[in-house]
Ligand binder design. Structure first.
Ligand SMILES: Cc1cc2nc3c(=O)[nH]c(=O)nc-3n(C[C@H](O)[C@H](O)[C@H](O)COP(=O)(O)O)c2cc1C
Length: 187
């Protein structure tokens, strides 16, 4: 049984992000052999990165209690679905900050990306793919992309078109398969 974290990508109070994360959690219930959970970066209350030792050299021991808490959570997961909005053609500072806080906890694991924005979060997805490659995360090919104007009512209530169903299914299936395969790389 692989454990997959649905990582939220926005922490602002008025975010639509959680609605998309909850939709992914609902879709994941149809997938066998994997346990999905929402991992909300907002719950970890990470400060702007201020660790003494760069995470790649820290050996999973950090100055800040919030970082140790975040480290333990990510370390226990086998794969990720990142749910990310697009901010200025990239991801949010809060998601980048959460990724930057850790290193080996991400490494040799798989990730699917589900993005949203006025152009379906394409630039955010590409940016996130580059960031994750540096953390040795294998991002799967199928990519979710929701349109802020047609998949949300008044850009605030998530009402996704069914046209996305096959892609979301492929994101989840491939992430689970790759997460299972990469367990042997880590052992
Ligand atoms: C600072 C900022 C920059 C944004 N830049 C983009 C952008 O480059 N492309 C885009 O499609 N949407 C952009 N948006 C719109 C967001 O995708 C939209 O507000 C979305 O609801 C944000 O996700 P959230 O509500 O979960 O935080 C931007 C929004 C903000 C607040």
């Amino acid at each position: 049984m692989v454990k997959i974290g649905i990582i939220t990508g926005s922490t602002r109070d008025a975010r639509v992000n959680l609605q998309v994360a909850e939709y992914i959690l609902e879709k994941s219930k149809m997938i066998d052999g994997a346990q999905f959970e929402i991992v909300d970066i907002k719950d970890y209350d990470l400060p702007m990165f201020n660790e003494t030792v760069p995470p790649a050299m820290a050996n999973k021991v950090y100055d800040k209690e919030a970082t140790n808490h975040w480290s333990a959570k990510v370390d226990g997961l086998d794969g990720f679905i990142f749910v990310t909005p697009e901010y200025n053609k990239s991801i949010t500072p809060s998601l980048k900050n959460a990724i930057d806080h850790l290193a080996s906890e991400w490494s040799n694991k798989a990730a699917g990306i589900v993005a949203y924005g006025s152009t379906m979060g394409v630039a955010a997805s590409l940016s996130l793919r580059t960031i994750l490659s540096n953390a040795n995360v294998a991002t799967v090919g199928p990519t979710g992309g929701f349109n802020l104007f047609t998949d949300f009512e008044e850009m605030s209530t998530f009402r996704p078109s069914d046209v996305h169903n096959p892609t979301i299914q492929a994101v989840l299936d491939t992430t689970v398969n790759w997460s299972r395969g990469l367990q042997s790389v880590r052992s």
